[in-house]
Design a protein around this ligand. Structure first.
Ligand code: SF4
Length: 208
């Protein structure tokens, strides 16, 4: 996979949320900075600023750059916790929202674990998601099932980005919290198939 561009870890979460959103962001470079994404970026910037430190037998490394060449993915981890007595590593991802029933966030986190495993040649058994809105930390075991789901999403994202295609909009409840809602306009597109209208919106963005 050396000749291909590595897929950013964030694309996996975008794809798991909505393949169209993933294509708009990563193929078409469309990005709408609504308050949700802006808040998320501020949170990640704050997390990235910290220096490595050790407390109570755990080393905390922040803003860790990782990749798994064999899988074609790369990214920057908010935090890696390393238990000094065992060497066990645990990626920790900060999210602005609250825990979700769907596995979007867990897939991104598991992919972080896969990167660490490949880079440091040791198993990573679990990670954690920390939610800003609820001030809640969820421990996530990297089960065989989650690993399989993550590998499937990685393959699908690679295929999507390679194809250069953008899937059609289909309105669902999750669209209401999508940062690209105004640009995508899924209700209009879903109702009358007005692709020309949406294309014009993107053209307008390109001109800015
Ligand atoms: S508005 Fe809905 S269909 Fe459009 S990109 Fe967002 S989640 Fe996907």
């Amino acid at each position: 996979m050396q000749d291909e561009k590595l897929v950013p870890l964030s694309a996996l979460q975008h794809y798991a949320f909505c393949p169209r959103q993933c294509a708009l962001i990563h193929n078409e470079q469309v990005w709408a900075e609504n308050w949700l994404t802006a808040q998320g970026q501020v949170l990640h910037q704050r997390v990235d600023r910290g220096e490595p430190e050790t407390r109570k037998g755990i080393r905390y490394e922040r803003g860790v750059l990782v990749s798994a060449e064999s899988l074609g993915i790369t990214g920057k981890l908010d935090l890696v916790e390393i238990e000094l007595s065992t060497g066990m590593m645990k990626p920790v991802e900060y999210k602005r929202g609250k825990p979700k029933r769907e596995s979007w966030d867990r897939i991104q986190l598991c992919a972080q674990g896969l990167c660490l495993e490949e880079m440091r040649s040791q198993p990573v058994l679990s990670g954690a998601l920390w939610y800003w809105q609820t001030r809640h930390r969820d421990e996530v075991a990297f089960t065989d099932e989650l690993r399989e789901e993550t590998l499937t999403v990685i393959t699908e994202v690679r295929n999507l980005l390679r194809s250069g295609q953008t899937p059609k909009a289909v309105y669902e409840k999750k669209c209401d919290s999508c940062s690209l809602y105004d640009l995508c306009n899924p209700k209009l597109l879903g109702n009358d198939g007005s692709t020309r209208y949406v294309n014009e919106l993107f053209d307008e963005v390109d001109r800015q």
